[in-house]
Design a protein around this ligand. Structure first.
Ligand SMILES: [Fe+2]
Length: 248
């Protein structure tokens, strides 16, 4: 069984809670679909944890910290610059800081295993394209995306978990009793966000994948600690803290 996590966004409390939940299942490998950093207060700690996993994709926020933010709003851009400064700090030493930068710079955009494709955003624009639930009404967009999917695709980026079928239906996890059986037809699965959920549920989201069975998980974490940390950092807007409590 694999655990698929995404969009941690430097939220260490959420990451630790998800890892504790993963430890209660027989998970052999953890894959991360990008955006380890950006927005939150613990970029170094989150990266140090995620660097141990066999598949870690580049997200648009990871890329923005590496290079320069493009088309980011002022709040996200300021958080990006603060994150970059944190990664430049030689904690606990210069070699550790260099290893984090090197790790980020080497991240792939996609990972494929037979019928399974893993991306951050979408197959045609892995870093930046969003696939939102309402995109089921954009048939040309969805047809073009499905055409590039081998059979099954797992993604993050929108922070909204759920299943997209080739019949252009979207199911949120609670609509399918938190479980979905892949059945040979092309399917997309958004695994949700560990550190900044945006589906009106504040709990950390991730997915367990056992063969062709998807299980959506939600995990409570110490959100008030994360909120307090963000509020104490001037460069991280209070909005980034407050939205964690409502999951929006
Ligand atoms: Fe993200």
């Amino acid at each position: 069984m694999k655990a698929l996590i995404s969009d941690i966004h430097s939220n260490l409390e959420a990451l630790q809670a998800v890892l504790a939940d993963i430890a209660r299942h027989s998970v052999e490998a953890i894959y991360c679909l990008g955006d380890v950093i950006g927005y939150g207060p613990n970029p170094r700690e989150c990266l140090d944890q995620i660097m141990r996993y066999p598949v870690v994709l580049l997200g648009n926020h990871d890329q923005a910290v590496l290079f320069d933010p493009m088309n980011f709003n002022p709040v996200a851009e300021r958080a990006t610059m603060w994150t970059r400064a944190q990664l430049d700090r030689p904690i606990p030493n210069r070699a550790a800081a260099d290893a984090r930068w090197e790790f980020l710079a080497e991240r792939p955009l996609k990972h494929r295993e037979g019928d399974f494709l893993f991306v951050h955003g979408s197959p045609r624009n892995p870093l930046n394209e969003y696939i939102f639930p309402e995109d089921i009404y954009s048939e040309p967009k969805m047809r073009s995306i499905f055409a590039q999917v081998p059979r099954y695709m797992f993604q993050g980026h929108t922070h909204i978990p759920g299943i997209f079928t080739e019949a252009l239906e979207f199911y949120s996890p609670d609509e399918i009793d938190w479980e979905y059986q892949l059945d040979g037809r092309k399917t997309l699965c958004n695994v949700g966000s560990v550190g900044q959920p945006r589906d009106a549920d504040w709990r950390a989201a991730y997915v367990l994948l056992d063969g062709t069975t998807i299980r959506f998980r939600r995990v409570e974490y110490d959100v008030e600690t994360t909120i307090r940390k963000i509020r104490e950092i001037d460069e991280l807007d209070d909005f980034l803290a407050d939205r964690l409590r409502s999951g929006r």
